[in-house]
Design a protein around this ligand. Structure first.
Ligand code: MN
Length: 283
């Protein structure tokens, strides 16, 4: 009987590694809080990088991220406040507004600029880098762009709202971003005091939780604003809001388990491929 009970209850994912975001400067002098892509958390396969950008100082981001290339992975921009204006060398242009998302598969390469535009002096958002499998690293670039109205909102209770950007929740809400190789979940979970959130995530996926406001309890641990946790093996994720409520990104993806050779804006599988990228974009 014990085995039957074990099979019936999904295993709870516990915190494996907890980190505090690291202050860094990137682009043309833009201060960021880096969650993934640091020496303490270099990779949560397939997630290569997670940055939070946020300030109420209008001058802090003025220089933005002028023209730069990418190859071999995907960049995801998700804004909470203010806007991010995007232009690429092929003439694609757009603006990610608050609550909206741009999921760009750079594939074999794009050169683009990303310029923050604070609204009422506020700018707050995230950039996530998602790796591409070796077979897709040189694919045609592809954009998926959705405004706030296209992001699916799932009210779990009066205290818990889930904004579903990618992936399908256990209640069947499907985010607008589709067809991504690593089968990602990108959920923005907003809990008021007393709020709870429970979700089944496929056992093979890696899971990252990043708290961007308030605090969040997971098991006996409490993650404060700016803290992130990689969760261990299991299926079920259970989160509770801290005293003042808690808001977080829950990111999950199927790991590629392929070699990662990265430098600056390029993420490839071998050193030769990386050198080729630098040659292709030099000049
Ligand atoms: Mn970029």
């Amino acid at each position: 009987m014990q085995n039957a009970i074990d099979r019936a209850l999904p295993e709870l994912r516990q915190i494996e590694t907890a980190v505090a975001a690291t202050p860094v400067v990137d682009g043309a002098g833009v201060p960021l809080a880096r969650v993934v892509g640091t020496s303490s958390l270099p990779l949560v396969d397939p997630f290569l990088l997670l940055d939070e950008i946020g300030s109420d100082e209008p001058q802090a981001h003025g220089a933005g991220f002028p023209d730069h290339p990418h190859r071999g992975f995907e960049t995801v921009s998700y804004m909470l406040r203010g806007r991010m204006r995007h232009t690429d060398h092929a003439g694609h242009a757009g603006v990610v507004e608050a609550g909206g998302v741009q999921w760009m598969s750079a594939g074999r390469g794009i050169v683009h600029s990303e310029m923050p535009e604070p609204v009422r002096d506020r700018l707050w958002g995230f950039q996530l880098w998602v790796n591409l499998p070796a077979a897709r690293k040189l694919a045609e670039p592809r954009y998926q762009e959705f405004n706030a109205d296209s992001v699916v909102e799932e009210a779990r209770s009066p205290s818990t709202l889930v904004r579903v950007i990618a992936g399908t929740t256990s209640l069947g809400s499907e985010g607008p971003v589709r067809g991504i190789s690593t089968d990602p979940r990108f959920f923005d979970v907003r809990m008021k005091p007393g709020g709870r959130f429970a979700e089944e995530i496929p056992r093979g996926h890696n899971v990252l939780v990043h708290v961007y406001r308030g605090s969040v309890e997971l098991g006996a641990a409490e993650l404060q604003t700016g803290n992130a946790a990689v969760l261990g093996a299991g299926e079920r994720v259970e989160l509770r809001a801290g005293e003042r409520g808690g808001e977080l990104l829950l990111l999950a993806g199927r790991p590629l388990n392929e070699p990662v050779v990265r430098a600056g804006p390029f993420v490839m599988n071998t050193r030769d491929e990386l050198l080729q990228a630098f040659r292709d974009f030099s000049g």
